[in-house]
Ligand binder design. Structure first.
Ligand code: NDP
Ligand code: GDP
Length: 336
């Protein structure tokens, strides 16, 4: 039985990856930091199957002790301060957690067991002001936020430890991926929650920032499979993981609201608070290398993803408000 250590197990990807690895017979250990309130809602259904170790990835000694104690075969470093707007308000903290701390894990691997395979969660935000479209593994980087800059450090230090010490270290350059477990502050989830609440009569308007920005959005459940595939290759390499389709925020709004028979233009108010000091206008990934070398394909389309999220939030919001979904909504596809 292989052991996987997942940092960021309480996050969106951590929860899907834990499910995926458990289904493949792994012993799964999750590194999580202590928080004052419970943050395990995404893995509540897995708590009797995974082991949790309290550790903050900024704490080098703690990281080394965790790796020593758990003896993993594979480490997936998903922990990060992952929200771009927060990175503008907390650039130093973001640099420390999202960037510099990656080396704590790589040092633990180098010192304790260079045979451990290592995955780093890199991001399409590193492409930022894109130099070419679509973006691929060879596209130059130009990050546009402290988050993107921090991810660039994590990316290059992973490449550097592979080249310097022969560690099986891979960096997955993942484009945006979403799910019903996405943090509610990200635009897809913000929109799916708002559409559901407006349909249920729980709110009337939703404030949104830049409507013209465009993202290559996939389903998180598909993307964690790519992470695992990278660590199963003989040769450690970096891969772009993306759908190859880009949609604007307007298209996201149209898809989500029209699914519920709503006109988004009647409900969206543009709010300058949600604009960023510098924006990533357009992202579109080319995952040809992942398709050819990993045999990886996305299985969920943009429309299916948005509908999945809206459906889940409709049910969730209705339950929270005590509204019976089946009676109040006539769309048959909304009834689970
Ligand atoms: P989330 O924000 O949902 O999860 C981040 C995780 O990191 C949480 O479990 C969080 O714990 C943990 N974490 C934060 N700070 C620390 C710390 N100091 N010590 C230990 N753990 C910490 O992100 P996602 O699941 O969406 O993304 C996973 C990774 O992939 C992240 O690195 C993200 O930047 C990257 N990525 C994500 C993309 C996406 O579209 N989702 C695209 C490209 C890259 P807690 O619950 O305590 O906050
Ligand atoms: P990101 O790509 O990692 O920054 O993911 P987000 O979901 O936070 O943002 C995606 C895009 O949506 C960015 O270009 C944002 O500027 C844009 N956007 C427009 N309005 C909003 C909003 O209200 N909230 C968020 N989070 N993003 C918004």
């Amino acid at each position: 039985m292989k052991t996987a250590l997942i940092t960021g197990i309480t996050g969106q990807d951590g929860s899907y990856l834990a499910e995926f690895l458990l289904s493949r017979g792994y012993r799964v250990v999750g590194l999580r930091r202590r928080t004052s309130t419970d943050n395990c809602w995404r893995i509540a259904h897995l708590l009797d199957q995974v082991e949790l170790v309290d550790c903050d990835i900024t704490d080098q000694a703690g990281v080394i002790r965790t790796v020593e104690k758990t003896e993993p075969d594979e480490i997936y470093n998903l922990a990060a301060q992952s929200f771009v707007p927060t990175s503008f308000h907390e650039p130093f903290a973001t640099g420390t957690v999202t960037g510099l701390s990656v080396v704590n894990l790589l040092e633990a691997v180098r010192i304790l067991n260079p045979g451990i395979r290592f995955y780093q969660a890199s991001s399409s935000e590193m492409f930022g002001a894109v130099r070419e479209s679509p973006q691929r593994e060879t596209t130059p980087f130009h990050p546009r936020s402290p988050y993107g800059v921090a991810k660039l450090y994590g990316h290059w230090i992973t490449v550097n430890y592979r080249e310097s010490y022969g560690i099986h270290a891979c960096s997955g350059i993942l484009f945006n991926h979403e799910s019903p477990r996405r943090g509610p502050e990200f635009v897809t989830r913000k929109v799916s929650i708002a559409a559901a609440r407006i349909k249920l009569g729980l709110q009337a308007k939703v404030p949104i920032g830049n409507l013209k920005a465009s993202r290559d959005w996939g389903f998180a459940g598909d993307y964690v499979r790519a992470m695992w595939l990278m660590l199963q290759q003989e040769d450690p390499r970096d891969f772009v993981v993306a759908t190859g389709e880009s949609h604007t925020i307007e298209e996201l709004l149209e898809t989500a609201f029209s699914f519920l028979g709503l006109d988004w233009r009647s409900h969206v108010v543009q709010d300058p608070r949600f604009f960023r000091p510098s924006e990533v206008d357009f992202l579109l990934g080319d995952a040809t290398k992942a398709r050819e070398k990993l045999g990886w394909e996305p299985t969920v389309t943009f429309e299916e993803l948005v509908r999945m999220m809206v459906r889940a939030d409709l049910k969730d919001q209705a339950e929270k408000a005590g509204i019976p979904v089946n009676q109040s909504l006539t769309l048959p596809e909304l009834v689970p």
